[in-house]
Design a protein around this ligand. Structure first.
Ligand code: NAD
Length: 397
C-alpha cells in the first residue's frame, strides 16, 4: 500500500465512514483532490444521498465557474459507495465521521482494523472524544489519529491533526502533508479536551453570558462591544446562530473532561435557555427573539453604555475581559505543550474567524498587563476561573 503522500492521489484510496454532514463534505474534498473515495453509512441509502448532495455542491461550484463540467464529472466518477464497512475497498486512509459516541467509534475502529490493510491510516473526525480512547483495543494504535475538519469541510481550510498517546509521528507527519495537498491549513495538537479551537474559544461565550447575568449591559450592547474589537459576530448572537444546545454540549464536554475546571463551567443562563427550548435562531428565540423574517428583535445597542464599558474597569469591560481570558487560555495551552503558538493563532483565525490570533493579541496587549487584568478578575470573582497561566508571568507562550 503506498504512503499517504504518494505523488499520485490516484494511488491513495480513501474511505469515509459516516455519510452525514461532515462525511459527505470530507468525501467531496478528497475526491476533488484526486483520490478514489468510497463512502459508507450504517443507514440504508445514506451514502447514496450523500453522493447526491456532493453532486449538488459541485454543481453550485460549476455554476460559479470554479469547476468545469469535465472536472465535475471526474470528481463524481471517483466516488463510490459500499454497503457495509467490511465491503469497503482496501484504502490508504479511512476517515471516520459517524455520530459522536465513543462506543460506536471504538466498535468501528475494531472492524476497520480487522478489514483494512495493516498500514492503512485510521482517522477520526471526532470533535470532543479522546483519540487514545478511540484507538484503545486495536492492535496497532500508532496508525490512529484525529483529523478534525470544520463545517462545511469543502469551505473551511482548518484541519486539526490530533495526536493520541499512541499515534505515530510519521503517520501524523504524512497526514499533515496530505491535508496541505488537499488545500487545507493543518495545525497539530495533542488529544486534550476541545483540542485547540473548541477549548480556546470557551471564554468568548462564557464571559459575555456572565456579564449578561450580572446585568453589566443588555445582550445587544455586549455583542456590539465585541464587534467593535473586530469579531464578526458578538458572542451572544453567535451562540444563537450556532444553537445554544450545540454550544452548551461542547462547553459541558470540555468542563467534564477537565474534571470540572471552573474555567469551563457552563452558565446557568445557557442551561436555562436550553431547558426552556430557547435554542437560538432555529427555534425563533434564544438570547434574542427573532421575527419571522429572521431579524433579531431588540438588537440595538445602548451606545452610551457601550462607550462607558469600553473605557471602564476590567470587571465590566467586555472586550478587555474577554480578550484577557482568550489570551490566558491560548497561552496556557501552548505552555502545557499541546500545540505551538503559531498553530494556536492559525486555528483561531481560520476555525473561528477571529480577527487576530489570541497569542499575537496577547503579545500586543503585553503578557504582564494580561496577568494583572486576570489577577483583578480573580480578586473580584474568586474560585479559580480567572487564575492566570504561569506562562503569562514568565513572559512566555
Ligand atoms: P451526522 O449526524 O450528520 O452524520 C453521522 C452519520 O453517521 C449518519 O449518517 C449516521 O447514519 C452515520 N452512522 C452512525 N453510526 C454509524 C456506524 N456505526 N457506521 C456507519 N455510519 C454510522 O453527523 P456529523 O455532523 O456529520 O458529525 C459526524 C462526526 O463529525 C461527529 O463525530 C462529530 O462530532 C464530528 N464533527 C461535526 C462537526 C459539525 O459541525 N457537524 C464538525 C466537526 C466534527
Amino acid at each position: 500500500m503506498p504512503t499517504l503522500t504518494s505523488p499520485s492521489p490516484d494511488d491513495v484510496p480513501v474511505a469515509v465512514v459516516g455519510a452525514g454532514a461532515m462525511g459527505a463534505g470530507i468525501a467531496q474534498v478528497a475526491a476533488t483532490a484526486g483520490h478514489p473515495v468510497a463512502l459508507v453509512d450504517a443507514a440504508t441509502g445514506a451514502a447514496e444521498d450523500a453522493v447526491a448532495r456532493i453532486i449538488g455542491s459541485l454543481q453550485r461550484l460549476e455554476a460559479k465557474g470554479r469547476l468545469s463540467s469535465a472536472q465535475l464529472e471526474e470528481v463524481v466518477e471517483r466516488i463510490s459507495t459500499a454497503d457495509t464497512v467490511e465491503r469497503l475497498p482496501r484504502s490508504a486512509l479511512v476517515v471516520e465521521a459517524v455520530r459522536e459516541d465513543l462506543a460506536t467509534k471504538r466498535d468501528l475502529f475494531a472492524r476497520l482494523a480487522r478489514t483494512q490493510p495493516a498500514d492503512a491510516v485510521l482517522a477520526t473526525n471526532t470533535s470532543s472524544l479522546d483519540i487514545t480512547a478511540i484507538a484503545d483495543g486495536i492492535p496497532d494504535p500508532a496508525r490512529v489519529i484525529g483529523l478534525h475538519f470544520f463545517n462545511p469541510p469543502p469551505v473551511m481550510r482548518l484541519v486539526e491533526v490530533v495526536r493520541g498517546a499512541e499515534s505515530g509521528r510519521d503517520v501524523l507527519d504524512d497526514a499533515t502533508e496530505l491535508m496541505r495537498a488537499w488545500g487545507k491549513s493543518p495545525v497539530r495538537c495533542t488529544s486534550t479536551p476541545g483540542f485547540i479551537v473548541n477549548r480556546v474559544a470557551r471564554p468568548f461565550y462564557g464571559e459575555a453570558q456572565r456579564m449578561l447575568m450580572a446585568g453589566v449591559a443588555d445582550a445587544a450592547t455586549l455583542d456590539a462591544a465585541l464587534r467593535s474589537a473586530g469579531f464578526r459576530m458578538g458572542p451572544l448572537e453567535l451562540t444563537d446562530f450556532i444553537g445554544q444546545d450545540v454550544n452548551l454540549a461542547v462547553g459541558t464536554s470540555v468542563w467534564e473532561q477537565t474534571d470540572r475546571d471552573p474555567r469551563y463551567e457552563p452558565t446557568s443562563l445557557q442551561q436555562e435557555l436550553v431547558a426552556a427550548g430557547h435554542l437560538g435562531r432555529k427555534t425563533g428565540r434564544g438570547v434574542y427573539r427573532y421575527a419571522a423574517d429572521g431579524a433579531a428583535l431588540g438588537a440595538e445597542p445602548d451606545e452610551q453604555r457601550l462607550a462607558e464599558l469600553l473605557e471602564g474597569p476590567i470587571e465590566t469591560n467586555p472586550v478587555a475581559r474577554t480578550l484577557a481570558m482568550l489570551v490566558n487560555e491560548a497561552v496556557d495551552l501552548v505552555h502545557r505543550g499541546e500545540a505551538t503558538a503559531a498553530d494556536v493563532d492559525t486555528a483561531m483565525t481560520l476555525g473561528t474567524n477571529y480577527p487576530k490570533g489570541p497569542i499575537a493579541w496577547g503579545r500586543e496587549i503585553g503578557y504582564a498587563a494580561v496577568a494583572d487584568q486576570l489577577a483583578a478578575l480573580d480578586r473580584a470573582f474568586p474560585g479559580g476561573r480567572y487564575r492566570p497561566s504561569p506562562a503569562l508571568r514568565e513572559g512566555q507562550d
